[in-house]
Design a protein. Sequence first.
Length: 246
Amino acid sequence: MNFNTRGIVLRTVKYGETSVIVSIFTELFGVQSYLVNGVRAASKKGNIRANLFQPGAILDMVVYHNELRNLQRIKEYQWSVLYENIFYDIFKGAVAMYMMELVQKCLRQPEPNPDLFYFTEDAMLHLDKANAAVVANYPLFFALHLANFFGFRIPDEHSETLNILDLQEGLFVDQLPSHQNYLEGDYSAVTAQLLRVMQPYELEDIKLPVTVRRKLLQSFEAYYVLHVPEFGHLRSLAVLQEVIGS
C-alpha cells in the first residue's frame, strides 16, 4: 500500500552504481530503510536527487510499506523544508550530523514514535535559524533532552548538596560514586543549567569555554554508551569537536 508521510534522513549509504540505501525516521512508521535507485547518476538531475538524501533533510514522501520487509521503497519524494543554512554552514552541518547519528543509534525498532519525530523535526528547524551562540551549545542541549524519549532522562535535582552527576545512575548525588563515570564542579553545574533550558534561544545566555564543551560532549557520549545497548561511539563527534575548536 502507498502512504503519505514526512521523514527525516538519518543516514545514506551508497548501493551499487547509482543507488543508495537511506535510513529515514518517518512520522508514520518510525525508522525505516529505503532503497532508492538512480540518485547517483552522473547528471544534473541525479545530483539534485542525491541532495535530497543528505542527513537532516526533511522530506514529504509517498512510500510503499510492507511490515514483512526490512527494506522499503519510496514512490515519490520532495523537500518538506528548504533549509536556509544547515547544508551551507560548516558548523550547523556538523551539529546536524551529530544530531542525526545520535537519533539513529537510539532508534532500534521500526515503530512509530510521533512525539520524538516532532521533537527532532522542531530541533532541526531551530538549528537552521539559530545564531552562532546558540549553535555552539546546541549539541549539548539536544543530547540531554533526547534522553527523555528513551527512558533515561536526568532529573533536574542539582543543588548545593546534590552537586555530583552520577552518569551511571543518571542522578545528581551528594557523594563521589565508586566508579569513574561522573561529573562534578562546573561540569555538573553546567549540565544542570542545560537541563533547565526549555527553548533553544535560551542557550545564548550560557557562555562556555571550548574545553568545557569538549568535556561535556565526551561525557554525554559516555552517558549514552551506559544507557543504550550496543551504542558504540559517535563518528560525528570527532568532526564536531574539530569544528568547535576552529
